[in-house]
Design a protein around this ligand. Structure first.
Ligand code: GAP
Length: 475
């Protein structure tokens, strides 16, 4: 693939995911409005939100490999490995016992599974309170007691655990003495909170309602590895949903379900997703869950749904000295709304779509093909327009179609090479539909439309092409 096509392709896939999220949240919900808040905000915003004092991760170094890790991730990976062992035991037993298998009973009675479960409970009971107390010495002790080794050196030669603040800061002001420290936002959410009253009043929104925005966020991650999974500069798509106090759990469940539906609408199988309810809650939350996706590196968080209580709005009210309340005309009372947040990483969604889409197939005739099975609505190029040969007036007919289609869909015109090779190239680019113009087109104004996944071709009228393609993309 030429470099320019590759760059266009990556950018277009990212744009299409963002646009689909935006439509699903803002266009398809009358009670959600969009916002584009600033990346730099007054430093007090980050003091109020708790980020300056508490947005940190515990880090630990291995003295032999000199590699740095997140101490909490080392322990969470240990828990995950133990859970994987339980799943393996359960699957083995399922095969052994067949239809009579009772998973709940097995988990409750099998000695090995019970032992693993007890170990997980004991680790959680020790680990989360230690983090809450900021007892980093105990976190280190736990890592040592669990026998966790550095994956690179294989040793347990660990340093002390230290807290590492993830905020990126810089100086604002042209004269050194006057310069003040400001921060790049580590989440887009706070821009929504500080604009809550502005948006509510100008858009005349009534609770319950949401404010959505997409944009860059920056975190000085201790370990930024695993390709796009964990980066220091990444993009979030967030929505804060403001509700009446006491109704937050209802809306939390609602948004958990809605967001899972959105992920499933991308066309990836349901068994690739799961919920992970948080045992340890952030200081601002009274409930939280992750939607996890099975990346090539295992099940990992792709989106968080958090019931953030009135923590953020109350904190901004306190630090700004300005009343941030909603006047409920039906109840005739003012209150600080509670918030349910949905927060998804654009880059992680991009990684999920791309890694799942890639497949290599052996065809019936013995040949191979590479296919990017990207859902049609996200595909960077929707239609390829291909005259069968470069002569006999076929390119002119193809151009007629191209001229009409390009206003609705991103199209790609190509006349070089055999038609088979061109189909393969389009399969590898994830183009869902190829329109081929052949000699029959000259007689009856029909063309073939080829489906990327089934490779089946149908004849349709030239006039129908645009509506058929639109209908199939919309599903
Ligand atoms: N406002 C809530 C919030 O920021 P979070 O769980 O820290 O919650 C939300 O982040 C989402 O942002 C995650 O589910 C993930 O998809 C994405 N994300 C967080 N940190 C990231 C990083 N370092 N690199 C890429 N994506 C990240």
């Amino acid at each position: 693939m030429p470099r320019s096509t590759a760059l266009y392709f990556l950018q277009a896939l990212k744009n299409n995911i963002r646009e689909y999220w935006w439509k699903s949240m803002v266009q398809y919900h009358e009670n959600i409005v969009g916002l584009d808040a600033a990346i730099f905000m007054h430093p007090t915003v980050w003091k109020a939100s708790g980020h300056v004092d508490a947005f940190s991760d515990p880090m630990i170094d291995n003295k032999d490999s000199k590699k740095r890790y997140r101490a909490d991730v080392l322990i969470e990976e240990y828990i995950q490995k133990t859970e994987d062992k339980i799943s393996k035991e359960v699957e083995k037993a399922r095969v052994r016992f067949g239809e009579t298998f009772d998973e709940t009973m097995y988990r409750e009675t099998n000695p090995r599974v019970k032992e693993y479960l007890e170990k997980i409970t004991a680790v959680k009971h020790r680990f989360y309170p230690a983090l809450d107390r900021n007892d980093l010495a105990d976190v280190k002790l736990l890592i040592e007691e669990l026998g966790i080794v550095c994956p690179v050196s294989g040793t347990k030669n660990w340093t002390e655990v230290r807290q590492f603040n993830l905020m990126f800061s810089t100086q604002m002001g042209s004269v050194n003495e006057d310069a003040s420290e400001i921060y790049l936002r580590p989440e887009t959410a706070q821009g929504i909170f500080v604009n809550f009253l502005n948006v509510q009043k100008t858009a005349r929104m009534k609770i319950p309602f949401g404010i959505a925005q997409t944009g860059k966020a920056f975190r000085n991650e201790i370990v930024a590895r695993q390709f796009l999974f964990r980066m220091r500069e990444f993009e979030q798509m967030e929505m804060q949903f403001f509700v009446k106090p006491g109704e937050e759990m209802k809306w939390y469940e609602y948004w958990k379900e809605e967001r899972m539906k959105w992920h499933l609408s991308l066309g990836m199988p349901a068994n690739k997703y799961r919920f992970h309810d948080h045992d340890k809650l952030a200081h601002y939350a009274n409930a939280a869950a992750d939607i996890e996706f099975e990346f090539p590196i295992g099940f990992k968080e792709i989106e968080g749904i958090h019931s953030r209580t009135d923590f953020d709005l109350s904190a901004h009210q306190k630090f700004s000295g300005k009343k941030i309340q909603y006047f409920d005309t039906e109840q005739n009372e003012s209150y600080v709304p509670y918030v349910v947040e949905t927060s998804i990483g654009l880059d992680r969604t991009f990684l999920a779509v791309l890694s799942h889409a890639y497949r290599e197939e052996k065809l019936e005739d013995g040949s191979d093909r590479v296919v990017l099975g990207i859902p049609a609505r996200l595909a960077p190029i929707k239609v390829a327009v291909l005259p069968l040969v470069k002569k006999d007036g076929l390119p002119e007919k193809a151009r007629e179609i191209m001229d009409k289609l390009m206003y609705d869909h991103r199209c790609f015109y190509e006349e070089k090479d055999t038609i088979g090779r061109r189909y393969r190239r389009m399969d590898a680019l994830g183009t869902p539909y190829c329109i081929t113009i052949d000699h029959q087109t000259l007689q009856d104004n029909t063309v073939t439309i080829r489906d990327r996944d089934t490779m089946l071709q149908e004849r349709i009228g030239m006039e129908q092409v645009s509506s058929v393609v639109s209908g199939r993309i919309a599903g």
